[in-house]
Design a protein around this ligand. Structure first.
Ligand SMILES: Cc1cc2nc3c(=O)[nH]c(=O)nc-3n(C[C@H](O)[C@H](O)[C@H](O)COP(=O)(O)OP(=O)(O)OC[C@H]3O[C@@H](n4cnc5c(N)ncnc54)[C@H](O)[C@@H]3O)c2cc1C
Ligand code: FES
Length: 285
């Protein structure tokens, strides 16, 4: 017996939920309000590396309004797990938005078990994005799971007339996001722990950056020690930096005060005042 290839479809109940959600978002937008938590369809789930997943959702609102380094809160189906899990917006294609996440605990384990055709609740886009108004050579430096915001930045910058981008990715082992960022960045450099780290690459390309007709501006996301090392490297060369922080979060929109970080202006909320902060704001040198 032959069977047709499996085409994932949402169930009748899920379809009703999605239609209700579309109406909810449309109603909020027509009143000039930010859309509330709503249900969207997962259109893709694939493993990029061991315990690293790429999840794609269909959400016309987030696809249209999401900016690099903004994030989306994802809710599990588990009623005992009230707090959402934030993920940085990655690649955007039409109505679809992709997210790359590591499976580190119960929430991300549940997401990783979902498949195309399942539904999930989201809230976003949240937070303040990277600033890319100035014509520059944007040096997009990511480590580990810090790649989504800089992939989004590369895609955004590819659409800007006067700017270019140079991606610098540091991995533990497998270079799982090189092919994604290569679709948008003008140049891609990547390195894994067997060869060095992102500072090794920045040292290597320093002359190239100096020779460019555009001034370098660093946009970065990844582990805190990596971002602090980049800040020190950039401070010595007077290169402006913007860092996207990944603090542990609760609500994601400024009410629970779980996500604060030290800045030169006192403690600020990473979700609402950030996640993007400049080197000067963080006092990193
Ligand atoms: C603005 C923002 C954007 C983010 N974007 C991404 C992304 O694009 N891809 C991605 O893989 N992860 C991202 N994270 C981290 C992600 O939200 C957490 O890994 C996730 O919430 C863990 O959920 P869990 O239920 O699986 O883990 P839990 O069971 O809640 O925790 C498991 C482990 O993960 C650690 N953890 C939980 N939350 C964080 C956090 N915010 N930062 C660092 N460690 C954490 C815990 O300390 C614990 O050790 C982002 C976080 C923030 C604040
Ligand atoms: S996560 Fe609740 S205030 Fe930032």
């Amino acid at each position: 017996m032959t069977t047709d290839a499996f085409i994932p479809t949402v169930s009748v109940a899920d379809r009703a939920k999605l239609e209700h959600s579309e109406a909810l978002v449309a109603s909020a937008v027509s009143h000039g309000w930010f859309p509330p938590r709503h249900t969207v369809e997962i259109t893709g789930m694939r493993e990029l590396d061991t315990n690293v997943m790429c999840m794609t959702i269909r959400d016309p609102y987030i696809a249209q309004h999401g900016r690099p380094a903004q994030f989306v809160d994802f809710f599990t189906h588990d009623p005992m797990r009230l707090m959402p899990r934030p993920f940085g917006i990655g690649e955007i294609n039409g109505d679809e938005v992709s997210f790359i996440f590591a499976v580190v605990g119960e929430g991300t384990r549940q997401f990783a078990a979902m498949r195309a055709g399942d539904v999930i609740d989201v809230l976003g886009p949240l937070g303040r994005p990277f600033k890319t108004k100035e014509d520059a050579n944007y040096v997009l430096v990511a480590g580990g799971l810090g790649v989504p915001p800089v992939i989004a930045a590369a895609q955004h910058i590819a659409g800007l007339e006067g700017s270019r981008s140079t991606a610098v990715f540091g991995y533990r082992k497998n270079h799982f996001a090189d092919d994604i960022v290569a679709r948008y960045a003008d140049t891609v450099h990547s390195i894994d722990e067997s060869e060095g780290n992102v500072i090794t690459v920045l040292d290597r390309i320093e002359d190239e950056l100096k020779a460019s007709d555009l001034p370098p501006v660093i946009l970065s996301c990844g582990p805190m020690p990596m971002m602090k090392a980049i800040a020190t490297w950039a401070a010595k060369r007077d290169i402006p930096c913007q860092f996207s922080l990944e603090q542990r979060m609760g609500c994601g929109y400024g009410t629970c005060v779980l996500c604060t970080t030290d800045t030169v202006d006192g403690r600020l909320k990473v979700c609402a005042d950030g996640p993007v902060f400049t080197r000067e704001q963080l006092g990193w040198e």
